[in-house]
Design a protein around this ligand. Structure first.
Ligand code: MIC
Ligand code: SF4
Length: 644
């Protein structure tokens, strides 16, 4: 029986475990990436592990999120990251060089390699046939030190693309169609493997848009084969030697299959406040628009920006619309400047932002009160833009421009003939913002500003785990709820004690104070708790507040791993009605904690006692042997140190 591409990629990196869906496997990691908002913590953790030089083939640290420097904090963190990476053998991509996923695709990604990144959109690399996975900073730190990455062997879902896209329909619409069909939970525990005749018609940037937003499906990752299209892209980047051919065997078997006819897709939009709240653009046509933001790691490639420039050429942005554009990388910006397209964008009245995440993570350009903001980003969770009342709609660059010109939501078909933008034969290559590490790390002094505070560490599991039910939240709580990020808070990513005071405040402003007063306790949650970002701070801030466990109906993958890595129990209700019966302030106890954690590995239920009702209710801990040991040790750092 043949193998699918995912199985081939996993098998060639398998360190331990069997490739049986759901079972824990460990894979060797070839490359890592970090960005600044998760990177400071990842490097503090790497230092705590105590390995002098990274053991990966290539590790790169990007500065792309915290580029607004409204105080010393971000600049201090950049200095810390630049020096610590130089010391330990990691490449440093300076602020201004672009968004980690875009730059990594352009300059470092290689088909057939594994990439672990401390950012949930790391699967962008799947656009060139990498097995690219997002994880918490600590997992990335361990991988940099040569440790394997542990994950549950995913199921593989074949997404069979047929036909070709119609004019004005884009890769963004393809992934929005997938989200419409499968929802933000549809990819949990799966790799989305793209196949079929239709893929041949998609360029690497288009493929990368699709794999990038596989994160919004909750998927472990998404991947395209590495073919002639991939080769042409790498050749154009002057990296033809990095190409290898990779595809599934003709008789490969998949766990699931979804067929999508590209010609049947129409321009789509994800309405507030979830990436799977999909409508046709035509259905909301005419809605007045206040802001349009084009960019983010999903849609900021050279071809995206050239399309935008050609649609804006000779026209003017509507008087009531603020159009902001952030090209994804210095390479993209440089090429737009050199060929005159940037002038077309500027003439039309767009506001040009530096190459970085910017508005996508609320780093500036927060919309006005109740504003309608059309964005080419991948997430539209409530409040993420920096304005709680803003209504963020996710669209393609084409729909974004059509609407910015008209002042109302507009299907791009209204613009007449679609422009034909082809891939360049040669990208402009100038890596002067990528700083190689020092040859000898021993001489490098690591500079630490006052913003860098010690991070909380858990302790060995006690005899019984006891605490109050501190908050009760509904389904699909995102890490943007748990640890909000915006221009005011992102600068404190290396200062967990400060951040903890904002933990879960979008759900309940009193939560941090209540948790502190109670001396910690439990979070009670619905389905898909912790979806979205890979930010470990969504586990570290609760840890700082004394949270000992989260009892939820289900968890998102990366967040659950982050909880375990920090020694917080991710318990799943066996009977969902128990969620209803728990009240705020109930005292909950996990008795014989160590024994129950060990028993959970064998499939035994973990019983939680509620002292108010005097009754026990059943939960499950879906963990491996190794994860049980991590929980018993009080987190991955203790576990890794104990093992040394
Ligand atoms: C995001 O898109 O939410 C982020 C900001 O890139 C995060 C990382 C972070 O929280 O720092 C992600 O996607 O992992
Ligand atoms: Fe940056 Fe937005 Fe991409 Fe996250 S999703 S890496 S914030 S551009």
């Amino acid at each position: 029986m043949g193998m699918n591409l995912t199985q081939k990629l996993i098998q060639s990196h398998l360190v331990s475990g069997e490739m049986i869906a759901g079972k824990e496997i460990a894979i060797k990691i070839d490359q890592t990436l970090t960005q600044d908002s998760t990177g400071t913590m990842a490097y503090l953790q790497f230092e705590a592990i105590g390995i002098p030089r990274v053991k990966t083939e290539k590790s790169v640290a990007y500065i792309d999120h915290n580029t607004l420097q409204t105080g010393f904090e971000n600049a201090d963190d950049h200095k810390y990251i630049q020096t610590v990476t130089s010391k330990h053998g990691i490449y440093f991509s300076k602020p201004g060089n672009g968004i980690c996923h875009q730059v990594h695709l352009e300059r470092f990604g290689k088909p057939g390699k594994t990439l672990l990144g401390s950012d949930s959109h790391t699967p962008t690399g799947g656009g060139i046939g990498m097995l690219a996975i997002g994880a918490g900073g600590l997992d990335v730190a361990v991988a940099m030190g040569g440790g394997a990455y542990y994950l549950a062997m995913p199921k593989v879902c074949r997404i069979n693309l047929t036909g070709t896209l119609s004019p004005w329909v884009t890769a963004k619409d393809v992934i929005l169609e997938v989200l419409k069909r499968l929802s933000v939970k549809g990819g949990v525990g799966k790799v989305m493997e793209y196949a079929g005749e239709g893929i041949k018609t998609l360029s690497v940037p288009q493929r990368a848009t699709i794999t990038n937003m596989g994160a919004e499906l909750g998927a472990t990752t998404s991947v395209f084969p590495s073919d002639e299209v991939t080769k042409a892209f790498l050749d154009a980047q002057g990296r033809g030697e990095d190409w290898i051919e990779l595809c599934a065997d003709a008789d490969a078997v998949y766990d699931e299959e979804v067929t999508i006819a590209l010609d049947e897709i129409v321009p789509l939009v994800a309405c507030p406040h979830s990436p799977d709240n999909i409508k046709n653009v035509a259905d909301i046509q005419g809605l007045k628009v206040d802001q349009v933001a084009i960019g983010s790691c999903t849609n900021s490639s050279y071809t995206d920006m050239m399309t935008v420039a050609s649609l804006l050429k000779g026209k003017s942005v509507h008087p009531d619309v603020s159009l902001v554009i952030a090209p994804g990388s210095k390479q993209v910006m440089n090429m737009l400047a050199a060929n005159g397209a940037l002038a077309d964008i500027i003439s039309a009245g767009a506001r040009i932002l530096e190459c970085g995440c910017g508005p996508c993570i609320g780093m500036g350009q927060a919309p006005a009160t109740n504003a309608v903001s059309l964005r080419t980003v991948n997430r539209n969770f409530e409040g993420r833009s920096g304005t709680k009342s803003a209504q963020v709609y996710i669209v393609s660059p084409e729909t974004a421009v059509a609407s910015a010109l008209a002042g109302v939501v507009t299907d791009p078909h209204c613009l007449g003939d679609a422009p034909l933008i082809s891939m360049p034969e040669h990208f402009m290559v100038n890596d002067n913002l990528i700083i190689p590490p020092a040859a000898e790390g021993t001489n490098v002094d690591v500079i630490r500003g006052p913003n860098i505070q010690p991070f909380p560490k858990n302790t060995k599991v006690p005899k019984e785990i006891k605490g109050d039910s501190l908050i009760k939240v509904e389904d699909n709580i995102t890490t943007d709820h748990i640890m909000p990020s915006n221009a005011k808070l992102l600068p404190f990513r290396s200062n967990v004690p400060y951040l903890a005071d904002y933990c879960l405040t979008p759900c309940d402003p009193e939560f941090p104070a209540r948790a502190k007063k109670a001396g910690g306790g439990f979070i009670i949650a619905g389905q898909n708790y912790g979806q979205g970002s890979s930010r470990e701070h969504a586990a570290l801030a609760p840890l700082q507040l004394g949270v000992k466990g989260v009892i939820a109906k289900s968890f998102a993958r990366i967040h659950m791993a982050n909880l375990i890595n920090n020694g917080i129990l991710p318990l799943v209700f066996v009977n969902e009605w128990d969620y209803d019966s728990i009240q705020l302030g109930d005292e909950l106890i996990v008795k014989y904690a160590a024994d129950q954690i060990k028993g959970a590995v064998k499939g035994q239920e973990v019983m939680v006692t509620c002292t108010r009702t005097g009754k026990d209710f059943a939960t499950r801990l879906n963990i491996s042997d190794r994860q049980a040991d991590i929980l018993l040790a009080g987190g991955l750092l203790n576990y890794t140190k104990d093992a040394k």
